[in-house]
Design a protein around this ligand. Sequence first.
Ligand SMILES: [Zn+2]
Length: 230
Amino acid sequence: MTSADLAAHKEQIVDACKALVESQVMSISEHGNVSARVRGTDTFLLTAGGSLANMTAENIALFNLDGTLLDGAVEPTSAEIVDMHGIVYRLRPEMGGALHTHSPYATSFAVAGEPIPLIYEALARFNMTDGVPVADYGPRGSKESVDNIARAIAANPNTGGVLLANHGVLAFADTVQGAVRANIIIEESAILGLNARILGGAKLIPSAMIELTKERRDSFAAAGVQRTGD
Ligand SMILES: [Zn+2]
């Protein structure tokens, strides 16, 4: 891991914080934290102070996957939640980014203790065919909370997020930008699911269609950009 690698990962985190705030998925407090696994290592970088709206590389610290601080400074409220990020990288080695927000619609499901089922095509296209499960409540970042997150992730291999009961959202993907996208899709799903209740309730995507939905995405992606004259 070179210092250029670390600087590049920090820049991705700063960009992701900006994208999150601009996407309007944040709660009024704009509380959140964002991490990136440093590729090819057992370490990750995490926002460890400041606010997401004004994130800088100086506010990002380096940790071992077990949560040990390797470099930088961590504010107490950030130190509480280090392992919430570490558990994602320990359980899902293919993940390159994780983030935590209190996105208000998704957090409404979290405080109701209700998972978000597969009701929205974007969930399927983003490999969240298990929907978004709920991890039972435990104090913020505690062993109880992290164990509950681990159980939810293990029981739902096809998801990009977990709702933290009475608290918020933990989203993850193969890149930090992907984790931002996952949080946005989870929040959209929650908005749509709640609105659909006024109309009698959301319907699930038919299970026979789920693989076809992904195959269609993949075949068009493989074909690449279509142009006139090709
Ligand atoms: Zn939180």
